[in-house]
Design a protein around this ligand. Sequence first.
Ligand code: PLZ
Length: 433
Amino acid sequence: MPTSAELHQRRSAAVARGVSSMIPSYVSSAGGGTMTDVDGREWIDFAAGIAVTSVGNSAPAVVSAVQEQVAKFTHTCFMIAPYEQYVAVCEELAVLTPGSFEKRSALFNSGAEAVENAVKIARHATGRQAVVVFDHAYHGRTNLTMALTSKVMPYKQGFGPFAGEIYRVPMSYPFRDGLSGTEAAALAIGLVEKQVGAANLAAVLIEPIQGEGGFVVPAPGFLAELAAWTRSTGAVFIADEIQTGFCRTGSWFACTDEGVEPDLITTAKGIAGGLPLAGVTGRAEIMDAVHPGGLGGTYGGNPVACAAALATIGMMRELDLAAAARRIESVARPRLEALAAKHPMIGEVRGRGAMLALELVKPGESGPFGPASDPVAAAAVAKAAHEAGLLLLTCGTWGNVIRLLPPLIISDDELDRGLTLLEQAFNQEETPS
Ligand code: PLZ
């Protein structure tokens, strides 16, 4: 087997440099809470491929469902010749997403594609154009979703012009704005009323807990007030649960924890155990406003990906992976709090379920956005973790947030080893050199 160094050389001559990788090692296998690289090194996985392999890599039930399906037929295109697996995934989505109203779903390949389609559907259903998004939001890298995403580097730099009729308002960010959910909602709504006009509003699009933007958990009540106001204007409230969904935060969907029933909900990532699949699910009258043929794509709802999704959902139910996410929090949070008590650079421990984060700051310093962020420390901690064999991601508008996204089936021992490596990375970072 070629070494990582050899593969890196080949990569440099063949792969576009715009596509970068976090670690220099190449994967040979992965499963449970670990990954092994081609150099024979084992890693503890606190990334799950960015919140995708919640049931673990190559989960046996997913592998057999995929093998069975791939041997029957690999692709017909649902728009040409339909098949049961697509219908069954849409039935599951109707049952699992919040809200007991009549629902419909459409399936796609990636998160960005799902978000694009949710916006298309909302515009079609309302006959309006304006879409409101939030500071720190991440919704994808396609042209429309770049416009919806907030951060310029690396996502948008040099890639304009961007799609129009997108308006950005402040996100509830308790660590930095000090506002209650009601106050933050009033601020956002007030701006939309004056700068967009409720009558022009097609949709409000929000991640119930922001992912790439820094695992920002809005103050309680923010989402519910926003959702209620959005509906009162006749616009569509869209929850982007691509990162939070499918048991990640300790419920099937994070909106449930806030008592919010979105009109439309986008899903991807955790839905199919690592195969590419995404969906838009929502109120039947909104989804079905679109004319036949108005939605689709060659591969959307590919039968192999659908078979993987059905097996993944089955595992989530059988093993109660929502409870597993809550248990991960109950083990990890006290250790993260203890770490924060020891290291003043940890300004806040936040998140829900198996979506936890540490926001790193320069103690005692503050600026226009509140506590001064410390992206250098975050990068150093992540690097130390990588060197010790822990796959750990950063995120945040300022790049100063360390995030934990372990697979939900991670064993107690693997979780413990990962947390120990994280603690050691912090100790190493704060040892004066
Ligand atoms: N909405 C909430 O988290 C994907 C992006 C990584 P795709 N997040 C990881 C990167 O740097 O590209 C994401 C998300 C939320 C939409 C998306 C987009 O999903 O499947 O990556 O298109």
